[in-house]
Structure formats: C-alpha cells, structure tokens
Ligand binder design. Structure first.
Ligand SMILES: [Ca+2]
Length: 469
C-alpha cells in the first residue's frame, strides 16, 4: 500500500515535471539549425576559394579599391536558405582560424514574406544578429580580409541557429501607413568614386563610366550585380536624377549607416539620423576630426558616385551636395496631390483656352487647349504645397499629331520659374514627369502651361500631379 502511494506521488511529480518542461519549451519559438555548405563555392563569389582545409582568400593581392588599403579582400554570398518558419534572430557559430590583424566577417539578412531584404547585420556566436523584420528566407555573406602580409583567415565550419523574438518596443517607430511607405531622403556631400579597374566591396570590377554608389556601411551593400539596396540621386544644379545600386563601401567609414535611427546605427549613435560621421568630423570637429580608422577626414562626404553616374546621369562637374533617397528604407515623408482643370478653384485660364473632351486619353471629363502664340496667357494649376521640399511634378495630357511638339510647362520653384518643354504629340494618357523641383510652402499657382512657343499645334492643359520626394 505504501509502495503504491509512493509510486503514485512519483508519477504525479513526473507528469508535473513533463508539463513544466513542455511549457518551458513551447513558450518560445523553437530555434532552427542549419549548416552552411562550404565545399561548393559558386554564385556570388569574389576571390574566395576552398583550399582543401576550408574557405579562404584566393589571391592576397586582390584588394578592395579604397585609399591606403593594403589587405587582401574576398567576399562570398551564400545561397538563400528557406526556413520552415519566420525568424528575426540569427546566430553564427564558426570553426575558423583568423590570424591577428585579419578579419572574417559573417553577416546575415532576412527577406520579409513577400517583401524586401533587410539590411545586412553582423552576427557571431556571442552576439546574434537581431534583424528588423521577420522572414523565412535568410542569407549569409562571408568577407575574408587578410592581415596585410598574406596571412589569411580560414573558415572550416559554419552553422547557424535562428529563432523569432520580440523586438524592443523603442525600435518600433509608430507611424502612419502613408509615412511608412516612403523612403528616406537626405542632402549629402558627394564625391566621385573613380578607381576604374579596382574591385568594390561586393566584388564588382569598376568599369569606365560605371553606374553605382558607395555608402559607408556594409549594411546596405548589394550583391555583385544586384539592386537590393539602391539609391535615387537628385542633383539640384542640373535637375537630373539617377537610380543606381550600392556596390561599394565608403567613403572613409565602413560602419556608418547614417540613414538609420541612432538606436540601430552601428557607430556614432550621438549623431542625428542623416548626418554622416565624415561630415560631422570635417565640419564640426566631431571625433577629433577623425574617421573610424583614426584618419583625419578631409572631405565631408557621405557617398561616392561612380563616374558614369557622376558625369553623365547627373551632369556633375565637381564634388557637391546631392539629394540621396535610400530606396530600401522607410520612415520618409510622403505626400501627393492631383489637380485637374476641372478641380474647383484650382485652375485658371483665359477665354482663349477652349474646352474639349474629344480625346479618350484625357484626364477627367475634359481638357483645355489653345493655339500657340507669343503672348503671356498661361493656364495655371493652383496647388497647396505643405512644406518647402523637393517634389516631382507630373503632367497628364492627351497626345495627338495635331498638338504641340514643344509645349512650355512652367514650374514655380523656390528659386524662380523653370520651363520644361514637352512633346504633346506623344506619351498621352499617362503621367509624364517634368522632373524634381524644390517648391515653397503655400497655396499658389505652381504649374502653368504657356502658349509662348514657336512650334505649331495646340498646347494642352489637362491635369498635374505633384509628389513629395
Ligand atoms: Ca482634365
């Protein structure tokens, strides 16, 4: 009898223990484990080989093309790994030999379900990468740098474990849906990259008149030939824009993701978002005027632009300020409006402008047209602009061979009226961009259609769309 009671208590305790253990196990996401295949090196690889002992640098004389770099450099992006559940924390456990002065960097990223890749975040066994989004597709990138004397790191084994954890609340910025959709834009001092024939941080060999940029953090570095991290550049002095991928790291720093909020920025967390460390060092004496390597910063640049983009896409002739939109980011300000010739109180034209609904390419119910003449008799679209900022101005019109091939559109910018000529014989029934302009805040006649042109055919005023950039 005593034995039975004893056994009964034992069984109850055992069940309680199992229940406790199970509760403990299932309260958090089960980690996922996988092993990197280091034997088959292929795909996005630059100067990384398997030497029989593991992965290592190929030719120690291949260097990343940055000033003063004396160390061998190689990079290998592993194939995408698809996991059975979404994760946002990844730990890398490596078996490696890394000589003093050499480096072996392991970075990971995650693709949101149906969405974009996160930035690359460094990961080690002791400090796993905490990624800004959940996803089932993950990818790792390995960077090998020798000690400058040919002593190379060797990676013999690499495994990962990943799980899903709650992010700290402070890193979740409450924003409206509209604001989240827009990428960030900052005005940044830009320099020309040059270095034709050199190798970029992602392994790209720089071509004559190449088209890419360098940013001073590896977090937004695209794969070789890839466009996962791209910027849109706008040069106010020429009004030209270009969209190009981030294929190199620099200028100056390599851990300065200045487009991120201070809470996630890799270094220099006391600087405001959008201010490159080199800018603060050069112009404000920040960090004793030095970069992360202790070098005296001689230019306040936060972006390098490859020659083709610098000279031809943007029409730059010297290093200068450009507006940079970091297209993979969120948190920027969005705003747009459409004004039609029928929008109440927002369109003004003299009686010389007739009304037509002839073309099915029209916007709204009708449009206005006038004969070309050397007279000051423009039709105006009045727009309420919320803040002094850059805006892209689009126009909509029906196209016809009977319309004007060089219609002057006038944009009232913060630095005076600018005229952009549009061929209204083509590209009808869609939004045609006139470019990006800096506009003052206020409710005023922002876009006009002039009759003052020497070319034949009606000039058309139908609708305008203005989008904050
Ligand atoms: Ca219309």
């Amino acid at each position: 009898m005593r034995g039975i009671v004893h056994n009964f208590k034992f069984i109850v305790n055992l069940i309680a223990l199992i229940v406790l253990f199970a509760a403990g196990t299932f309260a958090q996401t089960k980690p996922l484990l996988w092993q990197a295949n280091l034997s088959a090196v292929g795909g996005d690889v630059s100067n990384v080989v398997n030497n029989g002992y593991g992965l290592t640098l190929g030719d120690e004389n291949v260097r990343q093309s940055v000033y003063g770099e004396q160390r061998g450099y190689g990079i290998y992006t592993l194939p995408v790994e698809t996991l059975s559940q979404a994760v946002n924390r990844i730990r890398a456990v490596r078996k490696a030999k890394v000589p003093a002065g050499a480096e072996l960097l392991i970075e990971v990223r995650v693709r949101a379900i149906g969405g974009a890749w996160s930035e690359w975040i460094a990961t080690t066994a002791k400090s796993p990468a905490l990624l800004p989004q959940l996803g089932e597709e993950v990818q790792a990138r390995l960077t090998f740098i020798d000690d400058g004397a040919g002593n190379k790191p060797v990676l013999r084994g690499l495994r990962f474990d990943a799980d899903a954890v709650d992010q700290p609340a402070e890193e979740k910025t409450p924003q409206t849906q509209a604001a989240v959709a827009a990428p960030l834009t900052y005005k940044i001092f830009a320099t020309r990259e040059g270095l034709v024939g050199g190798t970029t941080a992602n392994g790209h060999v720089i071509q004559t008149n190449d088209r890419f940029v360098a940013l001073p953090s590896r977090r937004g570095l695209s794969s070789n030939g890839g466009t996962e991290y791209s910027v849109r550049l706008y040069y106010p002095k020429t009004g030209k824009t270009a969209t190009v991928p981030v294929w190199d790291v620099g200028p100056w720093n390599t851990h300065d993701d200045y487009w991120n909020t201070p809470s996630v920025r890799e270094m220099w967390r006391d600087l405001p978002q959008g201010k490159p460390e080199a800018f603060a060092a050069k112009l404000e004496g920040y960090n004793g005027g030095k970069d992360e390597f202790g070098r005296t910063v001689i230019s306040p640049n936060g972006i390098d632009i490859a020659d083709g983009t610098f000279w031809y896409d943007l029409g730059m002739t010297d290093n200068d300020y450009v507006e940079v939109t970091y297209l993979w980011t969120t948190g920027g300000t969005t705003w747009e409006t459409i004004v039609d010739n029928e929008t109440t109180g927002r369109f003004a034209a003299s009686a010389n402008w007739s009304t037509s609904s002839y073309s099915s390419q029209r916007y709204g119910t009708n449009y206005r047209y006038a004969t070309p003449q050397a007279v000051s008799d423009a039709a105006w679209f009045k727009v309420s602009i919320p803040a002094v900022a850059n805006y892209e101005v689009y126009v909509w019109y029906p196209a016809s061979t009977g319309y004007n091939s060089s219609t002057p559109f006038i944009v009232a910018t913060s630095s005076g009226n600018q005229t952009v000529r549009v061929n209204q014989q083509i590209n009808g029934g869609t939004w045609v961009s006139l470019g990006i302009f800096n506009l003052n805040a206020g409710d005023y006649n922002a876009v006009g259609v002039s009759r003052w042109t020497s070319t034949a055919g009606y000039v058309i005023a139908d609708a305008v769309r203005i989008v904050r950039r």
